[in-house]
Ligand binder design. Sequence first.
Ligand code: NAI
Ligand code: MG
Length: 344
Amino acid sequence: MAGQGKGDRIEATLIPGDGIGPEIVDAARIVLDALGAPFAWDLRQAGLAAAREAGDPLPAATLESIRRTGLALKGPLTTPVGGGFRSVNVRLREAFGLYANLRPVRTIIPGQRYDHIDLVLVRENLEGLYVGFEHYVPVGDDPHAVAIASGVNTRAGAQRIIHYAFDYAVRHGRRKVTVVHKANVLKALTGVFLEAGRAIAKQYAGRVQMDERIVDACAMQLVLDPWQFDVIVTTNLFGDILSDEMAGLVGGLGLAPGANIGDKAAIFEAVHGSAPDIAGKGVANPVSLLLAAGLMLDHVGRSELGDRLRGAIDAAINRDQVRTRDMGGTATTREFAQAVARRV
Ligand code: NAI
Ligand code: MG
């Protein structure tokens, strides 16, 4: 099995990343050490730090490490907006064929605007507009007069991710999968996804219910009545947008984990980015990355440790009332990590 090392230690790649990355990765190490998590870390660089030191935001040594371990926990990586190098996150997903991006959101702090949220977003992770087939057409002296992007969705890719979503629903006792698309306008690009959804849903009839929504209506309904949803499966860009919206339902980006899963490797991370506005201040919320580590424990068959980790996060926040600033508290990243470590 991927990531299985000698004895009961499991070798895994650890990437601190950019911005708040090193702070929340430190926090995760404090908690995972206290938990007695079985990971033996192979520390590797990626992102801005790697670009500066190794001249490449995704060094060969980092790729080689993940190829060997098949397992990584990763801090966020900064991607330049507009020009500059291509997203390292996207390159990692492509390099290891990480076709499924699993993003569960669950109420952690009760009594907020939305209570009892328990939703799972399954995002197609390799296709759509994220393929980055883009170019400009210059007109006169304006080199950026026209911008053109092409998206690519394949039937095989759509079938694979929709199967993954329905299988996930079966394995986790979920009742419904909602297929989200924009096939009224992008008739080919997202029509192929909807077609696959309708076909595959039939194979799960009687076990998992299928529902379909147009993405804009889905975005609104998530705000009005999120409890009508259960598992949502959608294309790459829509999944990117809806997963941030869903993180908002449970109190923000500091509370939402993500898993990038392929047949040969899996990379676990927070849904949020490198948060340059708060980097270096020691105030970032490490819960997203901690929950991602929980998904990583589930993935290697150590759900009992994952459950203990989730229980300790809940106890630190709700019983000990230790919270970072975004959760309405005053704890630093490290104080919060220590509070969780005491509870594991
Ligand atoms: P962001 O997610 O980094 O930040 C958005 C807002 O949420 C900011 O106000 C930030 O302070 C807050 N926030 C995020 N995580 C938080 C945490 N753990 N605790 C407390 N507050 C938190 O999004 P932004 O600013 O659009 O992107 C910054 C950089 O991150 C960009 O270069 C982007 O490309 C990159 N990024 C990387 C991702 C990854 O590595 N998987 C995912 C998303 C963005
Ligand atoms: Mg995003």
